[in-house]
Ligand binder design. Sequence first.
Ligand code: AMP
Length: 403
Amino acid sequence: MNIFVINSGSSSIKYQLFHWPAEQPVCSGLVERVGSAQATITHKVFDAQSPATPPVETQLTLPLPDHEAGLLEVVRLLTAAPSGVIQDPADIALVGHRVVHGGETFAAATLITPAVKAEIRRLFSLAPLHNPANYLGIEVAERVFPLAQQVAVFDTAFHQTLPEYAFRYALPTPLYTEQRIRKYGFHGTSHQYVAAQAAAYLGQPEARLITIHLGNGCSMAAVRGGQSLDTSMGFSPLAGLVMGTRSGDLDPSVLLHLLGPLGYSVEQVNTLLNKESGMLGLTGANDMRDISAALAAGDARAALAYDLYAYRIRQYIGAYAAVLNGLDAIVFTAGVGENDALVRTRVCQHMEFFGLALDESKNQQRLPGLRELNTPEARVKILVIPTNEELEIARQCAALLPA
Ligand code: AMP
């Protein structure tokens, strides 16, 4: 069976095809600048026999007026020589869609029906940047793969296990009951995937874990027995850690000050907090590779930004060790967490009280796959686990099928 995973953004489509039940990635790709005359597609076909062989890559630049044109072009790549891996769109049995916001309705992957689509539309107001683009991907995939089952996998679903005292804000009750203002949390697919990997590695299904997803967006989760007990993102993906361009936690009065005395519009505040803050606001760059190069060159702004970034993570480790009443492992994942040894060093420094002891030589090694970076005698494991949201989406889709 073939499972096709789609992550549809406002001007991009990320996709991956798996052979199931082997969980074998067949090909993956990225369509960018959808809606322009200069759209691009990067399509990679993996070697089934030897996964270590670099994938065969096709690069295209072409006009793609909309998402449907983009997906039809992807289908052409999937079916035509030399990149073809299937005969026909009908060879795809299941399409899994990443949907950012599932509100309180969806606590697990869900077969898409007209009622599910209506609910995803109702949630547009909670995720105006993401859900409409995800929804568009569903509508287009329904036309392009009419015979496939369509499944939605929600970024918020994993965090639906938070207890009410963790997800509620101390605001008047009707703002929750009528306006649905509460903590939802995001990156759930990634936290769920690495937490399951970590628990399996430790041989402890009830492991107390802190999962630390550090990519363009950053979030942490306190996970016990495979259930999320708390997470750092909130009503939106703006809360919590310092991110590439997002501020993370902020005294809400800062917003009032910006909107009042400083004369910002709502739109300006939105742009400021989501696109101009975080590491970009602190240093002028948002990619950690550029910031670490600046740090190495003695840039004081980069030094402060690294300190602030790591300090916030350390604060959340303290908080979540309390939430979990102990700690078995912390897990670093995503672009920064998997690659930036200095971030890991700074996060684990002076954390002896929590049982963290990093083996710096292991930390500096660049190896693929799951890695254990703590010293042998350390009480708490420090793990790096590459995230794989596409695989997790495919697994959750496959689990919905009758055995
Ligand atoms: P993600 O959202 O998981 O794709 O992560 C993207 C981010 O990972 C980029 O913005 C970079 O800041 C960071 N990143 C990727 N590769 C490296 C690397 N080798 N060293 C440090 N940071 C990296």
